[in-house]
Design a protein around this ligand. Structure first.
Ligand code: UD1
Length: 430
């Protein structure tokens, strides 16, 4: 299994191009199941999760063509996928495929909407809490689906098609909102989703669905209105930039010091995180190329943060921010409100010498001046990259094990960081 070796202590200086957002690319690819025509997606990141979803869609009979590089493309250019679900030959998403990635469960919505049936294994994915699907099932039932659970599979059917309805989520859920939105596009009549997730990736998917002929308004707000249509067509859409990747590299720069341009990043996608970084002592300057992040000279201030649904501070940046706070000049507090059990990085950060005390949903971090490199490993994507951030600033050598988590969500991680002066390399083992 591959490992990453980091020798810490270098400041980061240079330019990091930001990739397309994983959390938009996945539902956009899934949305291609809604139409017989070809959906073309540009700026799709080359990630293990994207490749895994290609396999899952392939199993349903979807043809996916990945266009090669064109002259003038830069090294990190995302790929263009031509996705054609002209013939769906199988409405089952099997355990072996779905258990590896939670978002693949979302295929249930377009399959049900278009094929009127779906049989999808209950999901797997990152080990961060129980992550149930009860609200996704509730939404589909509201739209008229009949649902049974048998042998680890959710079996959904709507022989007469889905019907528009009011879907009110008792808590904000990104997955629930994606599923309700996709299913409602082909339902008869109007659907109103209330307490919808406002994450930018939801609005990006809705934009693409509208290009395909859907009639959606209000995506990106807590109330989304969808007027069902008889069918959807093809379209071409560019995946929006990854705000979590942006925030991760911004935190890396705040951690090591230096100055980096995050090219293509959009500040409005992560304003809460940028505000927190400013409080922590980073200088954030959006410009027409992206976002410039710098920390020169000044130390890291302790900041107290709670995760919250968008536009709040994202749970997907919580681990990275904790890594930063391990070197703050004083005590900070981080409260995780979205996922229980999303603190697996705490014990690994402790291996660098970090002082973190956990009390329920809140971690108290007593900043120290110097971290020391260590062998570490993590069991989820964002936790893994928090260890990379700690390693970049730690004295000596850090080995991050279980790199496959990083490959699920960070395109060209080592290249992007080493081009800015970090000593980071992948050690491949067969
Ligand atoms: C998505 C993101 C993930 C991010 C998360 C929160 C993707 C591919 N993943 O995950 O990176 O960390 O949003 O921003 O976009 N819940 C239920 N019942 C349900 C569904 C969810 O109780 O049926 C709970 C979850 O356990 C969690 C909370 O709702 O506590 C939020 O989950 P949700 O927003 O659905 O996260 P995901 O869509 O899985």
């Amino acid at each position: 299994m591959d490992r990453i070796r980091i020798v810490g202590g270098n400041r980061l200086n240079g330019t990091i191009p930001i990739s397309g957002a994983k959390n938009a690319a996945l539902p956009l690819m899934i949305a291609a199941l809604l139409t017989e025509e070809t959906l073309i997606l540009d700026n799709v990141p080359r990630l293990a999760d994207v490749a895994q979803l290609q396999r899952i869609l392939g199993n349903h009979g979807v043809d996916i063509m990945s266009a090669g590089k064109r002259s003038g493309d830069h090294e990190y250019q995302g790929q263009t996928l031509h996705i054609s679900a002209a013939n769906i030959i199988d409405t089952t998403a099997p355990y072996e495929l779905v258990s590896r990635m939670r978002a693949s469960f979302w295929v249930i919505a377009p399959l049900l909407a278009r094929m009127r049936e779906a049989r999808v294994s209950l999901p797997g994915g990152c080990a961060i809490g129980t992550r149930p699907v009860d609200l996704l099932i509730m939404a589909l039932e509201k739209l008229g689906a009949r649902i049974a659970i048998d042998g680890g599979y959710v079996i959904a059917s709507a022989p007469g098609g889905l019907t528009g309805a009011e879907v009110e989520f008792p808590k904000v859920t990104v997955s629930g909102t994606h599923v309700a939105l996709m299913a409602a596009t082909l339902a008869k009549g109007t659907t109103i989703i209330t307490n919808a997730a406002c994450e930018p990736e939801i609005a990006d998917v809705a934009d693409c669905l509208n290009k395909m002929g859907a009639r959606i308004s209000g995506a990106g707000t807590p109330r989304i209105l969808i007027e069902g249509v008889g069918g959807l067509g093809g379209a071409r859409h560019t995946v929006l930039p990854d705000r979590i990747e942006t925030g991760t590299y911004a935190m890396a720069v705040a951690m090591t010091g230096g100055e980096v341009l995050l090219r293509g990043a959009r500040p409005e996608l992560l304003q809460a995180a940028l505000d927190v970084l400013t409080e922590a002592g980073a200088v954030i300057t959006p410009n027409n190329e992206g976002i410039r992040v710098a920390r020169n000279g000044a130390g890291i201030n302790p900041v107290t943060v709670s995760t919250a649904p968008f536009p709040g501070f994202p749970t997907d940046l919580q681990a990275q921010f904790m890594a930063l706070m391990t070197r703050a000049k004083g005590a900070s507090h981080i409260t995780e409100t979205i996922f229980e059990n999303r603190f697996m990085h705490v014990q690994e950060l402790a291996r660098f010498g970090a002082r973190i005390h956990l009390d329920g949903e809140t971690a108290t971090i007593d900043g120290i001046e110097t971290l020391r490199g260590a062998p570490v490993m993590a069991t989820d994507l964002r936790a893994s990259v928090s260890l990379v951030i700690a390693g970049l600033a730690a004295e000596g050598e850090t080995i991050v094990n279980r790199v496959y988590h990083l490959d699920r969500g960070f395109e060209h991680l080592e290249k992007k960081l080493s081009s800015c002066g970090a000593f980071i390399e992948r050690i491949s083992e067969r």
